[in-house]
Design a protein around this ligand. Structure first.
Ligand SMILES: Cc1ncc(COP(=O)(O)O)c(C=O)c1O
Length: 466
């Protein structure tokens, strides 16, 4: 069976996520036969370096022997068990380790099975907390512009992806949106810290005015990922923590994308020296193997639900696969690798290499910015370097980079005009150089010509390379 055979069968029956399926009249679907380390291999024997960690989940490579072993051992013991009324060793051990690993005070772990559901848990828990403590009027959520928190209905509501919020407007919760501290948009001459600090004034005003009706503020700490890897300074998080305390509002950190070393520290909140009231984790939690998410919270929140049965104050949320043992085993193996191999330290020279390998792009006539936080590096293509004008989405410049990279053996999947690297941590310095070379060529190609808008009937999408 070749790529073509599998693609034909695929297109007969599948509907792919966040995809305009008509695109596949021109773009091949790439069926993957096997993975090893940073590499994915298709049925024709082509290899692709997975520069985006397969939607940011993979940290220690595909088919990692240490994670494989742990899952194999677990599957012979217990594949799954209901988590209500029952428990199991991997979920208990994982909870203990997450509590120990995260900032002091996050003492309770509630599980879901994907990132969006984890956001639903945090939002519901915050809302329900205020109800339980006799302040039901605190029911709204404050969120940043340009944010992304997933694609279930409440998660979309607290996000700010225009295509989603316009399309699904009729379904969404009413939220309060505050301008993002996104440093790409800072005035010339202003540093990240000063800009992030200045932008906090908007948040302060919103909380001052609305705190009586607000349950929580939700943010993607340090990097707004899906909307273009836009970044900001940790000072914003510190100011936000102080303000949430002052105004009696919860702080939800969505570290689903940035947790587990992506920002250079195990968790982004460490860089601000703060503890959120809810910490949402998923993606890299299982090393990219199995769906699992964890919402950590404080004892104060937990105690607001802890009461006699007939008070009906218990938290109302469950998923069939909550705390699945195989996923927990994969997570335990992942945490072992972080600890045993001192990954946060090991990543530092890799992050420097990403910066060095792409430094020349700063002078590219159509690159507005090369930005980096830890192991996330983004290169923003722009139509006008001086004004940082974006290319019209209809031109799909990112798609040209994506296609070029595939032809060179790399899975680089830009977010609109933003080419980025978010690689597995098992990448080598030489592989980083290779990615930088492929990205440079792709950016040259994509920005050199005027691109025809043959696919202009398609919508811009945050998670496709449009
Ligand atoms: C910051 C953030 N929150 C939530 C999600 C949603 O996670 P999932 O795709 O597992 O539902 C994502 C996914 O990209 C994300 O980046």
């Amino acid at each position: 069976m070749t790529n073509h055979d599998w693609m034909r069968r695929d297109l007969e029956v599948l509907w792919h996520p966040c995809t305009q399926m008509k695109d596949h009249e021109q773009l091949p679907v790439i069926p993957i036969r096997r993975g090893e380390g940073v590499w994915l291999e298709d049925f024709d024997g082509n290899r692709y370096l997975d520069a985006v960690s397969s939607w940011w989940v993979n940290v220690f490579g595909h088919a990692n022997p240490r994670i494989n072993e742990r899952i194999k051992a677990q599957v012979d013991q217990l594949e799954h068990v209901i988590l209500a009324g029952f428990s199991h060793q991997p979920v208990i051990e994982l909870s203990e380790r997450l509590v120990a690993l995260t900032p002091a005070g996050l003492d309770r772990v509630f599980y879901a099975d994907n990132g969006s559901s984890c956001i639903e848990v945090a939002l519901k828990m915050s809302y329900h907390y205020w109800r339980n403590v006799g302040q039901p009027e605190k029911r709204r959520f404050v969120t940043l512009t340009n944010s992304y928190h997933g694609e279930t209905v409440a998660a979309m509501s607290v996000g700010d992806v225009a295509l989603f919020t316009e399309t699904y407007q009729g379904l969404l919760l009413d939220t309060l949106k505050v301008p993002s501290p996104d440093c790409y948009l800072r005035p010339e001459g202003l540093g990240w810290e000063a800009h992030s600090r200045q932008m906090f004034a908007h948040m302060e005003r919103t909380l001052a005015e609305h705190h009586a009706s607000v349950a929580a503020v939700i943010v993607e700490p340090l990097i707004q990922g899906a909307t273009g890897m836009r970044m900001y300074h940790p000072v914003y998080l510190r100011l936000l923590r102080e303000a949430c305390d002052r105004y009696g509002v919860h702080l939800i950190h969505d570290e689903i994308a940035v947790g587990f070393g992506r920002t250079g520290t195990m968790f982004a909140c460490e860089q601000a020296g703060i503890r959120p009231d809810f910490l949402c984790l998923s993606k890299a939690l299982t090393g990219g193997y199995l769906p699992l998410a964890a919402c950590l919270t404080t004892d104060a929140v937990y105690q607001a639900f802890y009461d006699d049965y007939h008070t009906l104050r218990a938290f109302l949320h469950s998923h069939s696969y909550t705390g699945n043992p195989l996923a927990c085993a994969a997570a335990l193996a992942t945490l072992d690798i972080f600890a045993q191999d001192d990954i946060i330290e090991v990543n530092k020279p890799l992050a420097r290499r990403m910066a060095e390998a792409t430094a020349h792009l700063v002078d590219h006539p159509h690159v507005g910015e090369v930005r980096q936080t830890g192991m996330a590096l983004a290169i923003e293509m722009t139509a006008d370097k001086a004004r940082r004008t974006p290319y019209p989405w209809q031109e799909r410049r990112g798609l040209a980079v994506y296609q070029h990279a595939l032809s060179r053996g790399a899975l680089l999947r830009p977010l609109g005009n933003v080419v980025y690297f978010l690689p597995p941590y098992v990448i080598t310095p030489e592989q980083i150089d290779f990615l930088a070379e492929v990205a440079s060529e792709g950016i040259d190609l994509a920005t050199r010509t005027s691109v025809s808008v043959a696919l202009s009937d398609l919508h811009p999408n945050h998670r496709d390379p449009g």
